[in-house]
Design a protein around this ligand. Structure first.
Ligand code: ZN
Length: 74
């Protein structure tokens, strides 16, 4: 579980506490807002979760998205 107010960025890769039926545990964030959109890294299924449920299900961040690395270089 992470802080419900933890910043979440597109591109973040998270490990969930529960395993997906496909066997995967890591998900990439593809949409942020009231709902968080995540894609399973193993079977590429896309799921939308309310932010509260997302925060509850996340075990840890595996990799942080672009926002932590600063603006993309051009
Ligand atoms: Zn999956």
């Amino acid at each position: 579980m992470i802080e419900i107010s933890a910043p979440i960025y597109i591109g973040d890769v998270v490990e969930m506490r529960k395993q997906h039926p496909c066997g995967g545990r890591t998900w990439e964030v593809v949409r942020v807002g009231a709902d968080i959109g995540i894609v399973c890294q193993t079977c590429h299924r896309r799921v939308l979760l309310p932010r509260r449920d997302f925060a509850r299900s996340v075990k840890k961040f595996v990799q942080r998205g672009a926002a932590d690395a600063g603006p993309p270089a051009r």
